[in-house]
Design a protein around this ligand. Structure first.
Ligand code: NAD
Ligand code: LMR
Length: 329
């Protein structure tokens, strides 16, 4: 180990995604097998003891790449010097809670976290927001970190991307690794649009290989978009290991790049591409190179895709307007 450890902050560390995520980070899957990591865990005071228990288990894993684990209940301390920030902890919607209440409760979390990142994170900080509503939580944090380049704030749609790969591979009887250039557009919500019209399977256009627009509209898109709800219904809890796995994929790709001739999906700050209002944190097809995610340019958007992208982007604009009204941005 010659390199200095990379500081990785994980919020909501005592939660179910945290439990599935931390051991994979410690084993080198987030940043690669040459990169030692130092974990900085953030929890609310009531959950610090549980996070301490996880830290004991991390120690017992005897991970050669784990240079230490520190636990905090103060965002300012947790984000001090952080290079990679995984914002997982969020306020879940509870019975009787309106959408506005949920946005307000999460504003109370992501505003101070954005401020703390702005105040103390390392110059190269990369932020991934997982906690829902992920895109808008990322927007809140980003708006409170004016000194951090906006493109360092991202939200996770890689789980949706992986779900779409899995469904398409099942339909076509191919391996997920045979599929290229699939993309999720819009919000990490039921309005998201998994687009196969640019995707390729073994060199062939994926939509043509499927040859069934009704299947795309009535089965593929709703299955991917409502998968989170299906998991909650089946498990009695929201997706955890698959979400942790997607968070690992998102950061690993961000740091190490996308393969030549392929792209992935991430919610990034819009530069106005494809009619998505500038500043919204929306999912796009993206490539990663030299530690930067970039929106793939110049794709032709057909009518089928246009209406679906517009609907999801409208939802993002509505969420932005709601948090603006609440004074959160
Ligand atoms: N983007 C995605 O694809 C995706 C997928 C799955 C789940 N999620 C979301 O991820 C979030 C976490 O899911 P989970 O299953 O781990 O939830 P969980 O309830 O098991 O854990 C959340 C943890 O966050 C902590 N927390 C709450 N407020 C905090 C704060 N201010 N600072 C630090 N920690 C705080 C809680 O104490 C808890 O330990 C949820 O919002 C969930 O909806 C997103
Ligand atoms: O936590 C949820 O509501 C669902 C989650 O975002 C998921 O996509 O699995």
């Amino acid at each position: 180990m010659t390199q200095a450890p990379v500081n990785v902050t994980v919020t909501g560390a005592a939660g179910q995604i945290g439990y599935a995520l931390l051991f994979r980070i410690a084993s080198g899957q987030l940043l690669g097998q040459d990169t030692p990591v130092k974990l900085r865990l953030l929890e609310i005071p009531q959950a610090v003891k549980a996070a301490e228990g996880t830290a004991l288990e991390l120690e017992d894993g005897a991970f050669p790449l784990l240079a230490g684990t520190d636990i905090f209940d103060d965002p300012k301390q947790a984000f001090e010097g952080t290079n990679v920030a995984l914002l997982v902890g969020a306020r879940p919607r509870t019975k009787g809670m309106e959408r506005g209440d949920l946005l307000e409760a999460n504003g109370g979390i992501f505003k101070p976290q954005g401020e703390a990142i702005n105040a103390g994170a390392a110059d190269d900080v990369k932020v991934l927001v997982v906690g829902n509503p992920a895109n808008t939580n990322a927007l809140i944090a980003q708006q409170h970190a004016p000194d951090v380049p906006a493109e360092r704030f991202t939200a996770m749609t890689r789980l949706d991307h992986n779900r779409a790969l899995a469904q398409l591979s099942k339909k076509l009887g191919v391996s997920v690794s045979d599929i290229r250039k699939l993309a999720i557009w819009g919000n990490h919500s039921a309005t998201q649009y998994p687009n196969v019209f640019h995707a390729e399977v073994g060199g062939r256009n994926a939509a043509e290989a499927v040859g069934d627009e009704k299947w795309l509209a009535d089965e593929f898109i709703p299955t991917v978009a409502k998968r989170g709800a299906a998991i909650i219904e089946a498990r009695g809890a929201s997706s955890a290991a698959s979400a942790a796995s997607a968070a690992i994929d998102h950061v690993y790709t961000w740091v190490n790049g996308t393969p030549e001739g392929d792209w992935t999906s991430a919610a990034v700050v819009s530069d106005g591409s494809y009619g998505v209002p500038e500043g919204l944190i929306s999912s796009f097809p993206v490539t990663a190179k030299d530690g930067k995610y970039e929106i793939v340019q110049g794709l032709e958007i057909n009518e089928f895709s246009r209406t679906r992208i517009d609907a999801s982007v409208q939802e993002l604009a509505d969420e932005r307007d709601a948090v603006r009204k609440l004074g959160l941005i």
